[in-house]
Design a protein. Structure first.
Length: 235
């Protein structure tokens, strides 16, 4: 309890909320790296996954490549990028983007493939062209799975961005790396707490975004079976 009390004092100390090494500054650096990596990853991954899911071609290849990307160690990618690109944000963002892409490719592909083919045939029969079919039928139905992939990528990126400090980068990982080097375990643990809280906030925020994006009809359709199951159990 004494250790946790010291961590709380460290977090509450006004001195740690100002200056170049203050929590707001490190949080801003962490968010910058994470948001940029997730945004670039989404711009690459979502069009690929959505296109392959819509046409139903090369899906196994896309998922295999995505699984291979998940198997690559983030730290190894980070060190390799650092050797090629040197210091700066570029190697960090490259490594984090490589981490962000696989879940979004897989989930967007699977999300569109799971749309009922009868719905797509009916839409085509009503005169929907392929782009309209994707935007007005497939994407609204696939939003839950697509957002699950984005949430997975974002939380992984937020957690892994702590490694940026290992190659002289910024972010909340600075407290962990510096705390370990200085044997200041209160600082190290406080940094880990901050990263954990940020990951939870990221998950919660994207869950809210998902709720806003999912059409109300789909939410109600999912809620009905759950309410029936609850009523059955109660009875």
């Amino acid at each position: 309890m004494d250790f946790l009390h010291r961590v709380f004092i460290w977090l509450a100390d006004p001195a740690h909320w100002h200056g170049s090494d203050g929590i707001p500054t490190r949080l801003g650096e962490h968010l910058h790296l994470s948001l940029e990596a997730v945004a670039i990853g989404a711009l690459i991954a979502l069009p690929i996954g959505i296109t392959l899911g819509h046409y139903g071609r090369f899906g196994n290849l896309a998922i295999s490549v995505s699984n291979l990307g998940r198997a690559l160690p983030s730290y190894g990618i980070l060190v390799t990028a650092f050797q090629i690109l040197g210091l700066g944000d570029a190697p960090i963002i490259l490594a984090l983007t490589a981490l962000a892409i696989p879940p979004m490719v897989t989930n967007s592909y699977v999300g569109l493939r799971e749309v009922n083919p009868d719905l797509k045939d009916a839409a085509r029969g009503m005169g929907y062209r392929e782009l309209a079919l994707v935007l007005r039928i497939e994407l609204p139905l696939a939003v839950p799975l697509i957002m699950a992939g984005i949430r997975t990528s974002a939380v992984q990126v937020v957690a892994t961005a702590t490694l940026a400090a290992a190659i002289a980068g910024g972010g909340l990982g600075r407290y962990i790396i510096d705390g370990f080097a200085q044997q200041d375990y209160v600082k190290l643990f406080a940094g880990a707490v901050l990263v954990g809280v940020l990951a939870l906030v990221t998950e919660g925020s994207l869950s809210l975004v998902e709720r806003l994006l999912v059409p109300r009809g789909i939410r109600l359709q999912k809620a009905r079976p759950a309410s029936r199951a609850t009523a059955f159990k109660t009875a």
